[in-house]
Design a protein around this ligand. Sequence first.
Ligand code: XMP
Ligand code: MG
Length: 174
Amino acid sequence: MEFKIKDVILSEDEIQKRIKELAKEISEEYKDDDPLFLPILNGSFMFASDLLRNIPYPVEVEFLKASSYLNQLKSTGKVNISNIKLDIEGRDVIIIEDILDTGRTLNYIVEFLKNQGAKSVKSVVLLDKPDGRVIDFNPDYTGFEIEDNFVVGYGTDYKQHGRNLPYIVSIEED
Ligand code: XMP
Ligand code: MG
C-alpha cells in the first residue's frame, strides 16, 4: 500500500444504504423514459455497479473514460475523453461519477455530451466536496457531501491504489 489511512469516513453499510435510496429516486424519475447510464471510468466502476444493480428495470449502460490532468491532486480542467464514438443523439443521459470537487471534470463532460446531441444530461455523484468548487456546477443527485480532504476507496484511488476497498478512507497527505 502506498498511503496511510487516517479515518474511515464512510463505511460499507453507509455507502450501500445511501445507494439504495439514490437508485430508488432515480429509477422512479426515469421509469417512463429510456435513459442511458454513463459511468465515468475508472473512478466510478464500483459505485456504478452497485447503483445499477438497484435499478429495478432493464436500462442501457455505456462507459466513458475520462482522465483529468491533476495538479497537486486537483484537476486542472484539461480532460481527455475516450469512447467519443458513443451515439447519444436524442438520449436522456445520466452520468455516474465518483467525486465532484472543483467541478471542472463534470462540467467539461456535460458540455461535451450536450454538443454531441444529448436530449438531457443529468449527473449522479457519490461524493461531493462543495468547498473545493471552482466552477459553478451542481449535481442532480448526490450520495454524500464530504470535507475537502483527499479520499481513497470504493473506486477512488491514491496513485491508482485502493480502488478495491469497499469503504472510503481519508489518508495522511505528505
Ligand atoms: P474535479 O475537481 O474536476 O474533480 O471536480 C473530479 C475528479 O478529481 C478526482 N478527485 C479525487 N480522486 N480522491 C480521488 O481518488 C479524491 O479525494 C479526489 N478528489 C478529486 C476524481 O478522479 C474526480 O473524477
Ligand atoms: Mg475520477
